[in-house]
Write a protein that binds this ligand. Structure first.
Ligand SMILES: [Zn+2]
Length: 275
C-alpha cells in the first residue's frame, strides 16, 4: 500500500517523465468514475487537456501537480489510495492492466494512472489553489521534506492516551506515515506499539523520529524505480516486520513476529525487542 516512500517515488518519476511536457489528450476510463469524483470522467479530462506540466510536490501521501493551461495555473491532486500507481508507456496504445486514466503527452509517451482496487483519486484543483483543499490544509509538515520537529512530536504524544502506533497514524501530526511505516518505525525504535503515547520518554520520542526517517529513506532506496509493485498485489515483502506474522524477528532472531489489531488495523512487532 502506498505511503510516504511510495508516493515520493511516484513524485520523482512524474517529475522526470513530465518535465516541460504538455497533455494532448486524456482518456479516462468511464467505468472508473469513482476515481474522478465529484467530477465526471469527461469533465476531469476537459479540465486538464492542453495543460503543460510545472511543479510536482508531495505532502504526506498527496501528490500536488501544478500545470498551466491557457496562461493560468491549474492543479491536479492525486492520491494513490490502496493500489494506485503511475506508469509510463510508449504511445502504442496498450493499456496497463488496471489503467483508469491515460494521459497522452506531446512527446508520444502515455502516463497511466493504474489502480486495481479503485481507492485512488484524481481531482482538478482550480487555480492550483491546493491550500483551499481541506485534506491538504489539515496536513502537518512533511517528515521527509521538512524533518520531524521533536518538540512538536513530544508535545502531541505527551497529551495522548492512545497506543503510540495509533497516535502516529494521524496525518495532521505525521503526514505520509501509514500502517506499514508505523509498524516498521516502532520496530526500528524498539518501542512496543501498545504503549500509551504519553508514556514515551524524551529519548524514545527521539528514537521514534529517527526510526520514521530511517524507514522512509531505506524504503525509498529499496523500492525506487519506474515500476512499483505492492505487497498487497503479491509482490515480494520488502519490510522487516510488516505482514511477517510468525516469522523469526530479523534483529534478535529468537522471538516470532506477532500480529495484533489496533483501531481495526494490523500491527506487527517483536515482543522481545520492542519494550
Ligand atoms: Zn526481536
Amino acid at each position: 500500500m502506498p505511503e510516504l516512500p511510495e508516493v515520493e517515488i511516484a513524485a520523482r518519476n512524474l517529475r522526470r517523465w513530465t518535465h516541460g511536457r504538455r497533455i494532448e489528450r486524456i482518456e479516462p476510463e468511464p467505468k472508473a468514475r469513482y476515481v474522478f469524483r465529484p467530477a465526471t470522467p469527461a469533465s476531469f479530462a476537459r479540465g486538464l487537456e492542453g495543460a503543460r506540466f510545472g511543479d510536482i510536490r508531495r505532502i504526506g501521501k498527496q501528490l500536488l501537480v501544478t500545470l498551466e493551461k491557457d496562461g493560468a495555473p491549474v492543479g491536479l491532486l492525486a492520491h494513490l489510495g490502496m493500489t494506485g500507481k503511475w506508469l509510463r508507456r510508449d504511445g502504442d496504445g496498450t493499456a496497463t492492466r488496471f489503467s483508469r486514466a491515460r494521459f497522452h503527452l506531446d512527446d508520444g509517451a502515455v502516463l497511466h494512472f493504474d489502480d486495481m482496487r479503485l481507492f485512488g483519486r484524481l481531482r482538478v484543483v482550480p487555480g492550483a489553489r491546493f491550500e483551499k483543499v481541506p485534506e491538504i490544509a489539515e496536513l502537518g509538515p512533511d517528515p521527509l521534506e521538512r524533518g520531524i520537529d521533536l518538540e512538536r512530536l513530544a508535545h502531541a504524544l505527551g497529551r495522548s492516551r492512545l497506543p503510540v502506533k495509533v497516535r502516529i497514524l494521524d496525518q495532521a501530526l505525521l503526514p505520509g506515515v501509514g500502517n506499514i511505516l508505523a509498524s516498521e518505525s516502532l520496530f526500528h525504535a524498539k518501542i512496543d506499539p501498545r504503549r500509551q503515547a504519553r508514556s514515551l520518554t524524551r529519548a524514545e520520542v527521539r528514537r521514534l523520529a529517527d526510526g520514521i526517517l530511517a524507514t522512509v529513506k531505506e524504503t525509498i532506496a529499496r523500492e525506487e524505480g519506474p515500476e512499483i509493485a505492492y505487497v498487497e498485489e503479491g509482490a515480494e515483502n520488502p519490510f522487516l516486520v510488516y505482514a511477517r506474522e510468525g516469522e523469526r524477528c530479523p534483529r534478535c532472531r529468537r522471538a516470532e513476529i506477532v500480529r495484533i489489531v489496533q483501531a481495526q488495523r494490523s500491527t506487527y512487532y517483536c515482543p522481545r525487542c520492542q519494550r
